[in-house]
Unconditional design. Structure first.
Lengths: 254, 263, 312
């Protein structure tokens, strides 16, 4: 049932086989330590293979929600990823199941070479050397950056760094790929490359973006978030025709 | 992390807030100096010093317990001072045997320990109050007026300005590392301590280079605004008669304290 | 102890006035020299550079990595700063960091700040830079190894000097504080060494121009080598010699119980500010003498390097 197809044979080092939905969030509430409420009762389900986009104005809670998906933030309510319930004990497993790519690639690339950065995840997981090499090569191929294996991440452009950041997460064979503003700050060419890359990746995906043109192209399901709540959740094509809805939440039809 | 995570200033309309920052700095240092000069066991003087702190709290309009609530003592050093209790010399108070170890607390030792703790506790509160009633830029100006070299004060000003930016970056780096710190069932994860330390070193190196290159951009921005190596500050502080009066009064009180302790 | 859990920031009240003033004096001299030297070498770029670097050091001290059982390792950064920025700039940077920590967060006192700056800024610069400077033309492995050794030694030396300051102030018993401090910092120092080496390796790979031998040599003369090596040797010799229990160096922070080992020698605590003696052991005189010599010698060598540069 695992829809993910990478260009390497299925690894014997993996999470338990997936049954049911990839993501299940029920009644998630979260307030920051200073009292500022960020998530006000989120209910969300993602089936295996779905590609959905979170859209909404800044401060709506999109990033906050994403940080809950791999346990960096912990709110009140239920969260299950790939059948693994989120709790203190399961955090390391959750992090293997959810690949979170942050908005700023500089935050994610902290090793000298590209290879080492992509290898960090598998290394931490304790995988054997051959497996690690295989995964790194496969991940780099999936983001079309195999030639950059020995390059220094410090010297890459923003677009290149973003792709490497995605590779660092792909190398862990996650069940769910979560991306925060993937196309932000990219020039048209880099953006186009990113779109092709995401289109060809066969993974359950949840993306947050202001780039509604990209959303329309790649993500059949759109979830509008505003003030910590989900205000709409449906087919992208349909929602993009609903002018009043878009306007009410600071969105513009592309 | 919020942008004001490093802000220790608490605003209020109070005589202490209005006091010239130089006077505040001088008085804080004088108070700490006074504590250092008070002999061990001068309880009356310590008590009076504490009254001075309470008075300062009162005049800051921030609450009588303001500095008290924040006056935790750094534990490792409290432990270091603890050994003072058992230093020989003076009347022994008890004899405790813990296995092969013999502990003999002495009166002089106990006196010493208590005095150290008191001095520390009082001085920390003075520091807390100082920074609570003085805005940081004013603090910088105060030090410049007090003849601290401009280069140093400007570095501290820059440090303060970029504190949040860089610490936020560190938090995000660590968060990103956490996100990829995963484990699979049945496999031992985490690598060796050595490896983890090395990764941390990589992060430090990464951060260093980014900071270094950022400073180039800041320098260019400064050049674009006419910077030529000299830093000018705008706000001039003028010492009023009231400032002098308070300074004089407070110093007199501290002197009185010293005399009291030696009676 | 909010952001920098390396436990070296002495609070007010723990050092006597005499010790505080002595180290203020030394620090003022070192900082004064640093200001004049950086004016010459860095020029007007120095302000934004050193300001940002100070913020970097502060932020880097927040970096951690899990060690064992809930404890985590941290990083002081004095040695790294000295190697990449040069000793004089590093002294200013660490002064700013320690100053801010003391002033804003009460992490370290105000009257004792001179001692804190000297321990964490001047001493670390001397050892960190001094040792690295001596192997500038060696191969990469050697340079990194020496940098690591310098980082470890600078942590140990800072811990040693802090202990001596506490002891000379009558705050702590030498036979307790030395093994405790040195034991804890022997391990913390390892973290410091690894992080310093890894950071340096990273920088050498990405921006080798920053650590170009010529550039580094210009930042500090040979005098630093002598100062750094001398103090390292003293620290290494002094530590086991002064420790009542040389095997006590494997203690980890949580296990430190400060338990008395039964002081054999009589120990007088005097209410005025004279140096207490450890009785009939020769230890006391030697240690006191070396402390003074160490500090004075270091200053003489620094002055020597300053004079040498003037000649050249």
């Amino acid at each position: 049932m695992n829809p993910k197809t990478h260009t390497h044979p299925t690894s014997s080092y993996d999470l338990p086989p997936l049954e049911g939905d990839v993501l299940q969030i029920s009644d998630l509430y979260f307030s920051y330590p200073d009292g500022h409420p960020a998530l006000d009762g989120i209910n969300l389900t993602l089936k295996a293979g779905e590609k959905a986009a979170l859209v909404g104005p800044n401060g709506a809670g999109k990033s906050t929600l994403m940080l809950h998906l791999n346990g960096i933030l912990r709110g009140k309510g239920g969260l299950t990823v790939a059948g693994i319930p989120l709790n203190e004990k399961n955090l390391p497993l959750i992090r293997a199941a959810v690949g979170l790519v942050f908005q700023n690639p500089d935050d994610q690339l902290f090793s000298p070479t590209v290879f080492e950065d992509v290898a960090f995840g598998p290394l931490h997981m304790g995988l054997p050397e051959d497996e690690i090499r295989q995964r790194v090569d496969a991940a780099l191929e999936n983001v079309r950056m195999s030639a950059y294996r020995e390059r220094l991440s410090h010297h890459l452009s923003v677009g290149e760094k973003k792709r490497i950041a995605i590779a660092t997460v792909l190398a862990m064979n996650p069940r769910l790929l979560v991306l925060d503003e993937p196309s932000a700050g990219l020039d048209p060419r880099a953006r186009r490359t990113l779109i092709h890359l995401l289109r060809d990746l066969n993974l359950t995906m949840l993306v947050s973006s202001h780039d509604l043109a990209m959303v329309r192209e790649l993500f059949p399901r759109m979830i509008i978030v505003d003030e910590g709540r989900i205000v709409a959740d449906g087919p992208t094509a349909e929602l993009l025709e609903n002018q009043p809805l878009l306007e009410a939440h600071g969105l513009e039809k592309p | 992390m919020h942008a004001d995570a490093f802000d220790r200033y608490y605003h209020a309309e109070s005589p202490l807030h209005r006091l010239d920052p130089r006077v505040k700095v001088v008085l804080t240092v004088a108070f700490i100096l006074s504590n250092a000069l008070l002999p061990d066991g001068a309880w009356a003087a310590f008590g009076l010093a504490w009254l001075l702190i309470l008075a300062a709290n009162h005049f800051s309009r921030l609450g009588l317990d303001f500095s008290f609530r924040r006056s935790f003592i750094a534990l490792p050093f409290a432990l270091a001072a603890l050994s003072a209790i058992f230093m020989p010399g003076g009347k022994p108070l008890a004899e405790w045997t813990l296995g092969p170890i013999q502990l003999i607390p002495t009166e002089a030792g106990l006196l010493r320990f208590a005095s150290i703790m008191l001095r520390s506790w009082l001085s920390v509160q003075a520091g807390i109050l100082l920074i609570a009633v003085t805005q940081f830029p004013d603090m910088i100006h105060a030090f410049e007026h007090l003849r601290v070299p401009a280069l140093l004060t400007t570095i501290v000003a820059f440090l303060y300005r970029y504190l949040f930016v860089l610490t936020d970056e560190v938090m995000r780096l660590m968060r990103a590392r956490e996100a990829r710190s995963a484990a699979l069932p049945g496999l031992k994860s985490g690598g060796t301590v050595f490896w983890r330390a090395r990764i941390t070193g990589n992060m430090a190196g990464q951060l260093f280079l980014r900071s270094y290159e950022r400073s180039d951009r800041i320098y260019n921005a400064m050049l674009a605004r006419g910077y030529r190596g000299q830093l000018r500050t705008l706000r001039a502080h003028v010492l009023t008669r009231r400032d002098w009066l308070i300074l004089g009064l407070a110093l007199f009180l501290l002197l009185f304290l010293q005399l009291l302790a030696r009676l | 102890m909010l952001f920098s859990p390396v436990p070296l920031h002495i609070p007010d009240g723990f050092l006597t006035l005499a010790i505080s003033l002595i180290f203020w004096g030394l620090t003022v001299v070192a900082v004064g020299m640093a200001i004049s030297k950086t004016n010459k070498t860095l020029g007007e770029k120095q302000v934004p550079l050193m300001g940002i670097m100070a913020a970097f050091i502060f932020a880097a001290q927040m970096l951690n990595f899990p060690v064992a059982g809930g404890t985590s390792g941290h990083f002081l950064g004095g040695a790294l700063a000295a190697i990449v920025l040069g000793p004089w700039a590093a002294i200013l940077v660490m002064t700013a960091v320690v100053g801010l920590q003391g002033l804003l967060f009460q992490d370290g006192g105000l009257l004792v700040m001179g001692a804190n700056i000297f321990n964490m800024g001047v001493l670390t610069a001397m050892i960190g830079f001094g040792l690295y400077r001596s192997v500038l033309n060696a191969n990469k492995i050697t340079r990194l190894a020496v940098a690591g050794a310098g980082a470890w030694l600078s942590t140990m030396a800072a811990a040693l000097l802090t202990s001596l300051q506490l002891w000379l102030s009558g705050t702590s018993s030498l036979q307790i504080v030395i093994p405790a401090m040195l034991g804890v910092h022997a391990i913390i120092g390892l973290g410091e060494a690894i992080i310093t080496v890894a950071a340096l390796a990273f920088i050498l790979q990405a921006r080798p121009d920053l650590l170009d031998s010529q550039a580094v040599a210009e930042k500090g003369g040979r005098g630093w080598i002598y100062a750094g090596v001398l103090i390292s040797i003293l620290a290494v010799l002094l530590s086991p010699f002064a420790s009542a229990n040389p095997d006590g160096l494997e203690r980890i922070a949580e296990d430190v119980g400060f338990l008395e080992r039964g002081l054999a020698a009589p120990y007088q605590i005097l209410p005025d500010y004279t140096i207490p003696f450890l009785g009939e052991t020769a230890l006391s005189t030697v240690v006191a003498g070396i402390v003074g010599a160490l500090v004075v010698l270091g200053m003489i060598v620094l002055l020597g390097s300053l004079l040498k540069k003037k000649e050249a």
